[in-house]
Design a protein around this ligand. Structure first.
Ligand code: SF4
Length: 436
């Protein structure tokens, strides 16, 4: 029987949990320093007590930026084996979290497989699962049904749940009055909005928030406060609907912390590049430094097929400006469920964004690998370069497919004998430089 409920409760009591100790070591900080941040809510260690194979990670703006990979079956792609393949390849490529967004069939066996075999943090969106679990139309579900699904996910070992608690009946009027270009583009947010519209009742995740907090405290589930009104296009960014919801998310953060429940706050969305940093600052101020979890942000609306790039640009600026957690975006965003290759492209793009931000933020040790790469490049040591690369196989495959000629095989075919590195190494060593 442990002497604390959640990681936040332990930190406030001065107890160094195994998770706090492990995360402190990974982040090159003392357990005491980390405990203070967890106690204040500035770092969340998402660690359900039933997720026993978890390799814990901390999420906070002063720590390494973490990335999440969304997976799960849908009516159009229902192969759980392929999803499990994606999970394992995502973990091998360095994803710290997997969100299971399954919305077809019996979702529980896959969710339990994740929390018994996957060492990454596991997140879910219980409102997606509610319709599937009960096999009833949305309008027939009750507030009790939604709360019971949250409990089921908590018992299954899910580390964090996205809950769209921030929209209320007032939001219905706001959305109608404000006439956004893209209305609500959050899947969970649109379901809650639709349920409120059809039943005439208040948002159950808002109305029964205290009961939900009790469940989250019991299992140590972190609440990821969903942003139902995140902008779905540049024109809707930073508008009154988004900011009004954010203010409510700030209030809900405070209430969760009073229950020792850890919180992350989800963020935009589609945002012009010049508004990204400002959005991070506003969130940090309204939500008192709670970790910010951003989807993208996507910085232009015109690149379907390449949204892993539009989001990596926004993600790098967001993480450099205070976001703690990046939700990956794949080339299939806005078009289709991602396949195995899309997942890989999305992870690499997010890892680049997160790493670039960590260097800019001065996270201890973040640049070490870049310095190693520079040394390997200066020596034209290709094996050492692959060892530093985010995707060694891809780098090697490109070089091998276009090798330089034998008499300058230490270079690459980009400049061949004109290789600046080779010329400088030879010049500084006093050697003859053959160019022809
Ligand atoms: S050939 Fe050009 S691109 Fe290739 S290693 Fe030398 S300087 Fe770099």
């Amino acid at each position: 029987m442990r002497e604390y409920t959640t990681q936040m409760d332990a930190a406030r009591k001065g107890i160094v949990t195994p998770e706090i100790k492990a995360v402190a070591e990974k982040e090159h900080m003392t357990s005491e320093a980390l405990m203070k941040l967890v106690a204040e809510g500035k770092v969340a260690i998402c660690a359900n007590k039933n997720h026993t194979c978890l390799n814990p990670e901390g999420v906070g703006s002063m720590l390494r930026t973490k990335i999440n990979v969304n997976l799960g079956v849908s009516r159009d792609c229902k192969d759980y084996d392929i999803e499990m393949q994606k999970v394992m390849s995502a973990v091998n490529m360095g994803a710290e979290a997997i969100m299971d967004l399954s919305s077809h069939g019996d979702t529980q066996p896959f969710r339990r497989k994740l929390t018994s075999e996957c060492p990454a943090m596991i997140g879910t969106v219980p409102v997606y699962d509610s319709v599937i679990h009960y096999q009833r139309d949305l309008a027939t579900l009750t507030a009790r049904d939604f709360v019971d699904v949250i409990r089921m996910h908590a018992e299954d070992g899910v580390d964090f749940v996205t809950l769209h608690c921030g929209i209320t009946r007032k939001t219905i009027e706001q959305i109608k009055k404000h006439k956004r270009k893209m209305n609500i583009v959050s899947r969970g947010g649109s379901l809650v909005f639709a349920w409120m519209s059809m039943t005439g009742e208040e948002n159950p995740f808002y109305e029964y928030y205290d009961e939900i907090l009790d469940i989250c405290e019991e299992y140590d589930v972190t609440i990821s406060l969903g942003d139902a009104c995140r902008p779905g296009c540049l024109a809707d960014a930073s508008d009154v609907c988004q900011i009004e919801e954010l203010v409510r998310l700030g209030e809900l953060t405070k209430r969760a912390w009073a229950h020792n429940v850890q919180v992350m706050v989800e963020g935009p969305g589609h945002v012009p590049l010049d508004q990204v940093a400002a959005n991070m600052k506003i969130q940090q101020s309204i939500c008192m430094g709670a970790p910010f979890y951003v989807l993208g942000p996507i910085v232009t609306d015109i690149a379907p097929g390449y949204d892993h790039i539009t989001s990596a640009i926004g993600g790098a600026v967001a993480a450099m400006s205070g976001a703690a957690f990046l939700c990956y975006v794949t080339p299939a965003e806005h078009l289709a469920l991602p396949n195995v290759d899309d997942v890989k492209q999305g992870i690499i793009a997010s890892k680049i964004a997160a790493h670039a931000a960590d260097i800019a933020k001065g996270v201890p040790g973040a640049r070490d690998i870049d310095d190693k790469m520079a040394e390997a490049r200066q020596k034209l040591d290709w094996e050492a370069q692959y060892a530093c690369a985010l995707d060694p196989e891809h780098a090697k495959a490109i070089r091998d497919s276009r090798s330089p000629e034998e008499d300058h095989s230490d270079t690459c075919s980009m400049c061949g004998k004109f290789c600046a590195v080779r010329s400088m190494n030879k010049a500084l060593a006093g050697e003859y430089i053959d160019i022809l």
